[in-house]
Ligand binder design. Structure first.
Ligand SMILES: NC(=O)c1ccc[n+]([C@@H]2O[C@H](COP(=O)([O-])OP(=O)(O)OC[C@H]3O[C@@H](n4cnc5c(N)ncnc54)[C@H](O)[C@@H]3O)[C@@H](O)[C@H]2O)c1
Length: 257
């Protein structure tokens, strides 16, 4: 059973990892709803993929707003029919330690990286339960289970997303739905460059902490999504998969040669 003709919805997909996931799903023949909160960026992303004759629909919505999410899922279904795959990719990063982080940054991070995952998964689950089939993938981060300084809200929100996925997997399993979580390591992206700038660190310094010596490419995450969405992964649920070149294994002594 291939993915061709099935419908996927990817949140935060106007750029970065979400856009690449969308493109790779299109290449597998899926009909893909690209969501982002920025209408103009969503439209541009849609047009880019349409140039390659892919079946895509750009639907702007803020995943932190329940009414937006409801409209998004209704519009997606009207456009492309029953949803097979939801990829909860939208995320924001705010730097700051517990001592310094403004309350607003904590709230914004949790609104997108945790509550947005809940709202979209709930909307997908209600539909997939009726179909008795479907796949939900959460894009968290290795920051959700390894410690990092000056990223207190991001780490805590990504940890919430990981455990949400594990708990939802148990709830969804009797309905034929799998839920899994991908934890990207440092990925060549705008978000990484913003993070590096906020920490005043050169990207090359990061590479010394990754056993493969390379950043992840967004395609690495996209190919993991493809596998989790496939028939081959039907018995895989509640799993947390780090796609990080071994970065989460890092210890100062590990790479000492
Ligand atoms: N880049 C990395 O190194 C890295 C590492 C680990 C995890 N991740 C995670 O991967 C995901 C994608 O990261 P990226 O690097 O492509 O980030 P990015 O900032 O390039 O893209 C995120 C997208 O999400 C959208 N978005 C933000 N808030 C939204 C909202 N409320 N509703 C809808 N869309 C919203 C943004 O507009 C943006 O287009 C994020 O969840 C991020 O936390 C990234």
């Amino acid at each position: 059973m291939s993915l061709a003709g099935k419908t996927a919805l990817v949140t935060g997909a106007a750029r970065g990892i979400g856009f690449v996931i969308s493109r790779v799903l299109c290449e597998r023949g899926m009909r893909v709803v690209i969501n982002d909160r920025d209408p103009e960026a969503t439209e541009i992303a849609e047009q880019k993929l349409k140039q390659d004759r892919f079946e895509v629909a750009g639907l702007a919505a803020d995943v932190t707003r329940p009414a937006d999410v409801q409209n998004l899922f209704e519009a997606a279904e009207q456009r492309f029919g029953p949803l097979w795959l939801l990829v909860n990719n939208a995320g924001v990063f705010r730097a700051g330690s517990c001592e310094t982080l403004p309350e607003q940054d904590w709230d914004e991070t949790f609104a997108v990286d945790a509550k947005g995952v809940f709202l979209c998964s709930q909307a997908a689950l209600r539909r997939m339960t009726m179909q008795r089939a479907g796949r939900i993938v959460v894009i968290s981060s290795i920051a959700g289970w390894i410690t990092r300084t000056n990223q207190i809200a991001y780490c805590a929100a990504k940890a919430a997303a990981i455990h949400f996925a594990r708990c939802l997997a148990v709830e969804a399993a009797p309905h034929g739905i799998t839920v899994n979580c991908i934890c990207p390591g440092m990925t060549d992206s705008a978000m990484l460059r913003d993070t590096a700038a906020a920490r005043n660190v050169a990207i090359e310094d990061y590479l010394t902490m990754i056993p493969t010596g390379t950043l992840a490419e967004a395609e690495d995450h996209a190919h993991t999504v493809v596998w989790l969405a496939s028939e081959e992964a039907r018995h895989v649920t509640g799993q947390v998969i780090s796609v990080d070149g071994g970065q989460s294994l890092y210890h100062p002594l590990t790479l000492r040669r």
